[in-house]
Design a protein around this ligand. Structure first.
Ligand SMILES: *Cc1c(COP(=O)(O)O)cnc(C)c1O
Length: 217
C-alpha cells in the first residue's frame, strides 16, 4: 500500500458516507518505521504523523522538523505524567488523555506555558482491563472535568477490542462525543478506517497501510 492509495480510499469513503471531501485527516502512524520510509512520505508532501511513544518521537521528529516545514505530530499512545513537558515540546495534539491526574498535570503545564496541545480523550469502549481509556460510564463526567479545567479538548479517541466488530465501538464513541458537544473523532486504523469514516471519524490513524508492515525484529 502507499500514501496515495490510502488518500484515495479516504476520499472514496468520505463520498460514500455523504461527507465533504477533505473532512477526514490522515494521521500517518510512523512508529517503528525506518526513517527513510518516513522521509519518503514527507517528500510526497504529507505533514501529519502519529507516534505512540514519547521517547521514540523525541529521537526522530526534532530532526525532521528541522528539514521540513509545517510538520504536525500527534501522540496516539500512553502519556506518563513525568513526560508531560517533553510531550508539550514534541506534539501538536495528544490523543491519550485518559485520567484525572493526567488532566490536572496537563492543565498545570498549560497554565505555566500559556499554551497547550490539542487533546482527545481516550475512551475504553470495550472496557478491557489492560487497555487505557476512561470507561464509557465515566466519560461524560471526565469530559466535563477536563473542560472545566479549560483544557482544549477537541474530541474522543478509541482503539476497539481486536476481537470485536469495530462498528459498535465507533458508533458508541460518536454517540458519547455528540451528547457532549465534541466534534473530533479519532478512530480507524489500517484495517477499518473506511468503516470509521462511515461512523464520522475526523482523524484516522493509519500506519502499515501508508508505510508497509512494521518490522519489530
Ligand atoms: C500503531 C497504531 C495505529 C496504526 O496501526 P495500523 O494497523 O498499522 O494502521 C493506530 N492507532 C494506534 C493507537 C496505534 O498504536
Amino acid at each position: 500500500m502507499s500514501l496515495a492509495e490510502i488518500q484515495a480510499r479516504i476520499a472514496m469513503a468520505e463520498e460514500k458516507a455523504g461527507r465533504d471531501e477533505g473532512v477526514v485527516s490522515l494521521i500517518a502512524v510512523s512508529k517503528v518505521q525506518p526513517n527513510e520510509r518516513v522521509a519518503a512520505v514527507l517528500d510526497q508532501g504529507h505533514r501529519l504523523f502519529g507516534e505512540n511513544r514519547v521517547q521514540e518521537a523525541a529521537g526522530k521528529w526534532p530532526d525532521f522538523r528541522a528539514s521540513y516545514a509545517d510538520v504536525n505530530v500527534h501522540l496516539i499512545g500512553p502519556l506518563q505524567t513525568n513526560k508531560i513537558k517533553q510531550a508539550f515540546d514534541l506534539f501538536e495534539v495528544i490523543h491519550s488523555l485518559d485520567r484525572p491526574k493526567l488532566a490536572k498535570k496537563l492543565a498545570d503545564e498549560a497554565q505555566a506555558r500559556g499554551a497547550c496541545p490539542g487533546l482527545f480523550i481516550q475512551v475504553n469502549t470495550g472496557e478491557e482491563p489492560q487497555k487505557a481509556g476512561v470507561l464509557p460510564v465515566a466519560a461524560d463526567g471526565f469530559i466535563a472535568e477536563c473542560l472545566a479545567m479549560d483544557l482544549p479538548v477537541q474530541g474522543l479517541m478509541v482503539i476497539p477490542p481486536a476481537e470485536e466488530e469495530a462498528s459498535l465501538h465507533f458508533a458508541l464513541l460518536a454517540k458519547i462525543a455528540q451528547r457532549n458537544g465534541l466534534v473530533g473523532l479519532s478512530m480507524g486504523m489500517s484495517g477499518d478506517f473506511e468503516k470509521a469514516i462511515a461512523f464520522g471519524a475526523t482523524h484516522v490513524r493509519v500506519g502499515s497501510g501508508v508505510f508497509g508492515a512494521r518490522d519489530y525484529s
